[in-house]
Every structure is written in C-alpha cells, then in structure tokens.
Design a protein around this ligand. Sequence first.
Ligand SMILES: Nc1nc2[nH]c(SCCc3ccc(S(N)(=O)=O)cc3)nc2c(=O)[nH]1
Length: 280
Amino acid sequence: IQHSEPDRNLPWPQDRTVVMGILNVTPDSFHDGGRYERIKDAVARAEAMIDAGADVIDVGGESTRPGADPVEIEEELDRVVPVVEELADLEVPISVDTRRPEVARAVIDAGADVLNDVEGLQDPEMRRVAAETGVPVVLMHSIEAPVDPENEIHYDDVVEETIRELGDRLLAAEKAGVDREQVIIDPGIGFGKTAREGFELLDRLAEFEALGCPLLFGHSHKSMFGLTGEQAGAAPNSTIAATAIAARNGADIIRVHDVAENVAAVNVADAAADPEGFEP
Ligand SMILES: Nc1nc2[nH]c(SCCc3ccc(S(N)(=O)=O)cc3)nc2c(=O)[nH]1
C-alpha cells in the first residue's frame, strides 16, 4: 500500500511511514521534581525520542482517555506552553494533543506545528483556529464514550461508520474554511470502540484511503491488546506487531510511546511494501 500522494506540504517525510513520539506532560508522567525539573525532563525525553528516530513529537497536557478527569485550562497551558517553547528549537515538528481552542492558539503561537484534536474539530472554535492558522490538523474520530464502559457502543460495521462520520467531520471543517490538504484523519482507537472493533479497524485500514487524507493510527499500549495477552498501559509487543500491520495497511503516521521499537516495525513494513525502493 503506497503512502498518500507526496504533494502534501506536511512537516515530515512523505515517502515512508512516520513515527510520532508521545510526550505526556501530565505531572504523573515525571518524578515530582517540581516545575522546572519537569520541563527539563520533558525536553530530555523528547530529545531521546528524536535520537531513537521520531519524526514528530506529540505533546499532551491532559489525559484524553475516555473518562479521565478534565484539567483546568490554566493548568493545561502551564504544562504545555513552556515545553512547546523549548521543543520549538529542536529539528522535528511539534504536535499538541488538546481539545481546547485557547490552548491550540497558545501553543501555535509558542511554536507548535501541528494540532492534534481528539474531538475531531467538533468545536467550531477549533475549526476556526485550524482555518485561520492553516496548520496541519489531526481529525480523530471519537464518540462520547458511554459513562458505563460496560455497555460499549456497538457498530454494525465500525469501519464503514467511522469512515462516514470522519467524512462528515471533514465536510464541516471544509465549510469552516479548513483546507482538506491540512487534514490528517484518525480512526480513534479505543475512543468508544471495543477491542475487537480495534482489530477490525486495523485489518481494514486501507478503506480509509477513500477520504484522500493521510492517516494516523494511535494504538500504543491500548486495552485492545487485552485480546492478545497484554494489558492497557503494558502492551509493548502487541503494539510493535500492530504497528507493522498498520503501516503495511496504509497508516502514514504511527503515534507511539516506545519509539526505537516501533521505528523498526515501520521499517519492516516499508521494506516489505517496496523491497527494491526501500532506503534504510
Ligand atoms: N490522534 C490521536 N491522538 C491520541 N491521543 C491519545 S491519548 C490516549 C487516550 C486513550 C488511552 C487508552 C485507551 S484504551 N481504553 O483503549 O486503553 C483509549 C484512549 N490517543 C490518540 C489517538 O489514538 N489518536
């Protein structure tokens, strides 16, 4: 499966699968050495991921796991803005995982290159930020996860319905002045979907090409791997295996915690896709 047409002006290579390193800047992500320590540690972690082969770093100040406690806007700003300012000087683009337009504007002003909105630009103000700044934006599919996680929402065909709903979000974004060329789509693994639906999405990823946008896949350490003998938050091997499959099935960007291991997995997939043309 070839990657999306190379004429997109995205801030990363278009001829191979891109690895996005996850940088959580929530306090529980670092030992509590205080604010300055946390910023220093965050930068060191980002540099380590870049050295391990990350093509982009995704900074998140609020856990967007369904059901997680929301963080006050001032707190989110205080966590991400100083880190983005430090990372802006590094040689790889910075993405920020936020649902808030105010945070989106602030981090773009601070040097962020990409907006990663797990709410799929449902907030009209987020569409306005994307339209006015023109930055690449990840439009992820997410449905309000049921309050009671037991009664998971069930789709008839999770792939068909996710593609259709992403198509609707794309149209709404275009109507608000967002250029389709700046949009990256994402099926939103684990956001209101069961483990088996996660594997269905992984298997049929190529069908998302119908939307004509690069695709991001974010499965790292998620609970779908309970099916494959690992657990949410501790699924390194299933994550690496799924990375290779996702890349081979057409994912353009893979969002992961463990960069070196998943760089190897995308290299295996890219080499298999083009044995003659692959360059290490
Ligand atoms: N574009 C994009 N951004 C993302 N940000 C996150 S944070 C992870 C939140 C989470 C954790 C764990 C589970 S679970 N219950 O499946 O283990 C679900 C969601 N993820 C994604 C993703 O995929 N794409």
